[in-house]
Ligand binder design. Structure first.
Ligand code: ADP
Ligand code: ZN
Ligand code: MG
Length: 481
């Protein structure tokens, strides 16, 4: 392998989460009964005419802005002609020479280093339907068609071939996925096929500037499969080149069961598709006004947020990684910090008890009843000594279950800390009487023994005593006797 440099470029397809399809009013929900989400337009019936979904254009422009692209002021759609049973019109409406966005870049971290991958283009096209064969139906004599997905807006993000390892390719894909999730244009669910990453891979002798012949791998639905496929393919090409052979430019399918890539079809060239401008659609003119309208809908992007969390909040890289893992966690943390003024305590609660509760309930932070106000109120109650850290854990459990605010829980359940000296003194007296041995140890100068007595007082008060006050009273009583 040392002889070769790996060159990878990625085509990433993301289904946009618009309410309707790209050229008709149909709503698409994954898992609907076959052909329930269809109409004459997305079924490609003769005489129907497509109309562009403006929201899909907005989403593509938003993505272009998030990925530092130039937004094409004069863009259009083109017909890409090919015959597949899942393509009802026998052509796909896509974009050829005037994609909506061009020349962008995506930045990401890899092993502590900042990398940049340049983007060639981002364009929109319609998704195809699905053929359902014998593996699913058990009937080898015929296949069925489900056109629910036909016409769903698909955004294709095409990188330059400047990624040099499968690991870097995955880091790039994760960064793209994260941005798409942050800007809320796609749910990026890989298992449901809303995000599909297709690597193009070639090898070239170290030091060579010329690109080698590439193969393209289709249909990856998890990052693990993607990395297995790329690693297998790199080795396969190296073996071919080592033995003096030539890599054939083709599209491969990775079989996760066997861990091998198999040829699917020889690579089509643009000519094979006989592209021409889609005559049923108007051209798309995107003026500065339109772009300016979209600009404010962009949230702070993950890379910038990471930098801010590191610099402004003085968090460790581990904390930053966790707290920015989804936009919703980062929003929760940001809001909790704003309310409580204490980033490091917020970070500890979110990474500790809150994530434990979320894991146990198997939900995401945005689906929980717990809000940043709950957290900041809880922190306040600990800071002003109303409750101990231990009680706080049970309060957050309760708040998580019921959505009640911590103050209300503390009031209703009488959980306030006992800091009243006379009340505590009486309990301390009783604990000393019940535990003469350890009490004597303390009197004799064995300081450690006091911990046991504090523990007994905490137990007697169900954890509600203020441990510092108990400690002081115990020392005072035992030394005065
Ligand atoms: P298509 O696959 O539709 O023909 P392109 O030719 O634009 O489209 O290439 C698609 C992807 O393949 C891009 O991401 C590009 O970076 C990558 N690519 C092109 N040539 C090579 C190569 N020799 N090695 C690796 N990746 C390549
Ligand atoms: Zn439709
Ligand atoms: Mg391709």
């Amino acid at each position: 392998m040392d002889k070769y440099e790996i060159v990878i470029g990625l085509e990433i397809h993301a289904e946009l989460s618009t309410e309707s399809k790209l050229f008709c009013n149909c709503a698409y929900t994954f898992g609907s009964s076959a052909n329930d989400c269809t109409c004459p337009i997305c079924l490609g019936l003769p005489g129907t005419l497509p109309v562009i979904n403006q929201r899909a254009l907005d989403y593509a422009i938003r993505t272009g802005l998030a990925m530092n692209c130039e937004i094409t002021s004069y863009s259009k759609f083109d017909r890409k002609n090919y015959f597949y049973p899942d393509l009802p019109k026998n052509y796909q409406i896509s974009q050829y020479d005037l994609p909506l966005c061009q020349n962008g870049k995506v930045e990401f971290e890899l092993n502590g280093e900042t990398k940049t991958v340049a983007l060639r283009r981002i364009h929109l096209e319609e998704d195809a339907g699905k053929s359902i064969h014998a593996e699913v139906t058990g009937d080898p004599t015929r296949s069925f068609m489900d056109f629910n997905r036909a016409g769903v807006p698909l955004m294709e993000i095409v990188s330059e071939p400047e990624i040099h390892s499968p690991e870097e390719a995955i880091a790039y894909c994760r960064a793209v996925k994260e941005i798409l999730e942050y800007i809320e244009v796609s749910d990026c669910n890989m298992e449901e096929g809303s995000l599909r990453c297709e690597p193009n891979i070639s090898l070239r002798p170290q030091g060579s500037q010329e690109l080698g012949t590439r193969t393209e791998i289709k249909n990856k639905n998890s990052f693990q499969e993607l990395i297995d496929a790329m690693e297998y393919e790199v080795k396969r090409q190296a073996r071919i080149l080592d033995s003096g052979g030539k890599v054939v430019q083709e599209t491969l399918l990775f079989d996760a069961e066997t861990g091998k890539t198999v040829a699917m079809r020889s690579k089509e060239e643009a000519d094979d598709y006989r592209y021409f401008p889609e005559p049923d659609l108007v051209h798309v003119q995107i003026d500065d006004e339109w772009v300016k309208e979209i600009q404010p809908s962009l949230p702070e992007l993950p890379a910038i947020r990471r930098r801010r969390f590191t610099e402004d909040y003085n968090l460790t890289s581990e904390q930053v990684e966790f707290l920015t893992s989804t936009r919703q966690i980062a929003d929760f943390f940001d809001e909790g910090t704003k309310l409580s003024g204490n980033p490091s305590i917020c970070a500890n609660w979110i990474m500790g008890d809150i994530s434990r509760l979320l894991n146990n309930a198997e939900i995401e932070i945005q689906d929980s009843k717990l809000l940043p106000t709950h957290l900041s109120e809880l922190i306040q109650l600990i800071e002003d000594n109303t409750i101990s850290g231990k009680i706080a854990k049970s309060v957050i459990d309760e708040a998580f279950q019921s959505g009640k605010l911590p103050k209300q829980i503390v009031d209703e359940e009488g959980l306030s800390q006992i800091s009243d000296t006379s009340e505590l003194e009486a309990i301390v007296q009783k604990v000393i009487e019940d535990n003469p041995g350890p009490a004597q140890d303390v009197r004799d100068g064995t300081k450690k023994a006091i911990g046991f007595l504090v523990g007994q007082v905490m137990r007697a008060t169900q954890g509600k005593a203020n441990p510092q006050a108990v400690n002081q009273i115990l020392s005072k009583v035992l030394s005065e006797e």
